[in-house]
Ligand binder design. Sequence first.
Ligand SMILES: [Fe+2]
Ligand SMILES: [Fe+2]
Length: 203
Amino acid sequence: MPHLHLRTPASWAQALVPHRSELLVEQAQLEKKAAAGALAFLFRYPEERAFLRPLSALAREELSHFELALELLERRGIAQRKLRPAPYAERLVALIRGEEPARLLDQLLVSAVIEARSAERMHVLAQAMADVDAELAAFWAGLVASEARHQALYLELARGRFGAAETDARLAQVLAHEAELLMRSAGLPRLHDGPPLSGAPCA
Ligand SMILES: [Fe+2]
Ligand SMILES: [Fe+2]
């Protein structure tokens, strides 16, 4: 796991427990987005042969997560709807430089960091949910290992393409920025938002 500069406290997840139905709607949305993100690399960089099979598999896995969320939503009679997204992803994407090949490196790193943060927060959510809603706790806990693997894959692809030194130097910048923007919460019940976090990022 890349060393996230900010650890999500249990209190963050506890505050979101009453919003779990909305979080589940969002989770379906996030899984679709994650699949689309992996596919976007395949469209944009068809010449990157090392990317093709792993990212195709990753997209399929994200869609299987989408279907798991869908099943829970349907079983619980929760209607899917479009939710206002957390500003998190858009703010991270703003870090991506415009010119190639820096653009490719940044896109891989932003994807890796989003996967890492997702895994971290799903784990905290699962713990907070354990006594309240065992089924949802198991759902989130069951996704953690996959999302952690996804972040490892994006990092591996970046290191394979750009080398460890360049990748890790840029990763440190992305991680620092990520921690900073996570502190600027919009107060929405979302995986990458939620109640404002207090305290300074722990480096
Ligand atoms: Fe996923
Ligand atoms: Fe993922």
